[in-house]
Design a protein around this ligand. Structure first.
Ligand code: FES
Ligand code: FES
Length: 157
């Protein structure tokens, strides 16, 4: 018996209509069905932030949301955002500041930091730390990541 659910969503600007298994999580759907492997899977419990994506503009954990819940929504992943002004700025500063080692946390970290850069607000290092507190990095000790985000913010002009 077919338990799949007809689901329509827009992913990185492309309309996607699929029959989806109701228990499949959004991050699994994006990775396995659409080949968008830039969103990573770490804890699968909403803790590490590796699976961060945007749904209707808001940051969400792709491992906590079911793909069928994204019916009618606009989903953006790191692949779709890599051409945005904020992301290129952040990618440049992450590269210059050596803010990544294994890179596992990086897509989620960039997506989380994008809001800060987009807001154009002046924020302290503590506020940057607070903002990325839901995104875990097991390699860098966060110092270089905060430096990179700070640099991208200061480069706002
Ligand atoms: S894999 Fe989703 S928060 Fe860790
Ligand atoms: S660079 Fe390896 S987890 Fe962050």
């Amino acid at each position: 018996m077919d338990h799949t659910v007809e689901t329509t969503l827009t992913v990185n600007g492309v309309l996607v209509r699929r029959r989806i298994e109701p228990r499949q999580h959004l991050v699994d759907f994006l990775r396995e069905e659409l080949g968008l492997t830039g969103s990573h899977i770490g804890c699968e419990h909403g803790v590490c932030g590796a699976c961060t994506v945007r749904v209707n503009g808001e940051i969400v954990r792709g491992c906590l949301m079911l793909a069928v819940q994204a019916d009618g929504c606009t989903v953006e992943t790191i692949e779709g955002l890599s051409d945005s002004k904020e992301l290129s700025k952040l990618q440049k500063s992450f590269h210059e500041r050596n803010a990544l080692q294994c890179g596992f946390c990086t897509p989620g970290m960039l997506l989380a930091a994008q809001d800060l850069v987009r807001s154009g607000k002046k924020v302290s290092r503590e506020e940057i730390r607070e903002h990325i507190s839901g995104n875990y990095c097991r390699c860098t000790g966060y110092q270089a990541i905060v430096d990179a985000i700070e640099e991208a913010l200061n480069g706002q002009g």
